[in-house]
Design a protein around this ligand. Structure first.
Ligand code: P6P
Length: 342
């Protein structure tokens, strides 16, 4: 592990990456510096959440998903929305917490990127001090420059993302991102307020013993998912039994499996009809995570085997199933479940 003096900061990293691209204008670097600022402020508030009653607990409001808005949810949403909408390099935003697109306030420059985000994913865990995260996805606009961005600028396939990443507010605050050339991780050093390059090239192990799924939903799963879970748990025909690790916070579950290997599954709910298409949102949860998974050498598909990054979004908050993780684990899921599909 390098010492803090040897690690480069995220800001330095972005400038060095920009200098490698002759056509780079610096717009992306400037956008990312606004994102980094918001991440540091949200990290500070998350870290002290238990100490001030102003930031913990639920508001009286529910978000577009019908979920109770936590105070920290709302705070993070306001902060990321403000930082990215006034940076001058974004034309339109979408937030998990807001029903419609977020336009750039009048008087501010309208840029060439779109920004979709989940400001504080896993927020139901906030009050129990469990790791939570921010997930973001950046595309180039499709509509002409010089005017406000529109919803169709956001509804683009995941394989067109210019950048995807997350901020994990865990035992330390990390930013993990990819611009299409592998996955890098930065750890916030609170003593100097900088994200320092701590993971130069993250590669997910080809296979892994961890599986992550909410076993409480067993009765809601399809026969093929039930059969797969029984298979990987069946000690008789498994020389390497799996280990269940599930936090219920996508960023935390995904990050652990990214580093250690394994598979994360959120299949559809075939019985209660609460999540008939799966629970996770395509635009700002599954798609950015899928981009990272593939950039790290892993896979990300729907329960039917469709590549997440090929999905063409039709609405801002549409949901999807998500099976993602080590290549060999996802391939085995695909092969094994085929026989049970009608
Ligand atoms: P369940 C958090 O609410 C979230 O959107 C993801 O972070 C997480 O993976 C999932 O829902 C957990 O859902 O139904 O297992 O509580």
């Amino acid at each position: 592990m390098k010492s803090a003096t040897e690690m480069i900061s995220l800001s330095q990293y972005l400038i060095e990456e920009q200098l490698k691209l002759p056509y780079a204008t610096g717009d992306f670097t400037a956008l990312m510096n606004h994102l980094v600022y918001a991440a540091k402020v949200v990290s500070r508030e998350v870290r002290k959440a238990g100490l001030t009653d102003t930031i913990l607990g639920a508001t009286s409001e529910t978000n577009v998903q019908g979920e109770t808005q936590m105070k920290l949810d709302r705070y993070a949403d306001i902060l990321f929305t403000k930082a990215l909408s006034i940076c001058g390099h974004v034309c339109v935003l979408a937030s998990e917490e807001q029903e419609t697109i977020i336009e750039i306030p009048s008087g501010y420059k309208i840029g060439k990127y779109t920004f979709a985000f989940d400001p504080l994913d896993g927020s139901s865990n906030i009050d129990s001090n469990v790791s939570i995260g921010t997930i973001f996805s950046i595309h180039l606009r499709k509509s002409p420059m010089g005017r406000m961005g529109v919803e169709s600028d956001l509804l683009q396939q995941g394989n067109l993302q210019r950048c995807a990443g997350y901020i994990l507010y865990g035992s330390s605050t990390m930013m993990v991102l990819s611009t299409g050339n592998g996955v890098v991780g930065f750890t916030l050093d609170p003593s100097c307020g900088e994200f320092l390059l701590s993971h130069e090239s993250i590669k997910i192990p080809e296979s892994g013993s961890i599986y992550s799924i909410n076993e409480g939903n067993y009765d809601f799963w399809s026969d093929s998912v039930k059969a797969y879970i029984r298979k990987i748990k069946n000690i008789e025909n498994n020389n390497k039994p799996k280990t269940l690790r599930y936090i219920g916070s996508l960023v935390a579950d995904f990050h652990r499996n990214l580093l250690k290997g394994g598979i994360f599954l959120y299949p559809e709910d075939t019985k209660s009809k609460i999540y008939p298409l799966g629970k996770l949102r395509l635009l700002y949860e599954a798609s950015p995570m899928a981009f990272l998974a593939e950039q790290a050498g892993g896979m990300a598909i729907t329960v039917d085997g469709e590549r997440i990054l090929d999905a063409v979004p039709t609405s801002l908050h549409q949901r999807t199933t998500l099976i993602t993780g080590s290549k060999k684990e996802v391939e085995f899921f695909l092969d094994y479940t085929k026989q049970f599909k009608k």
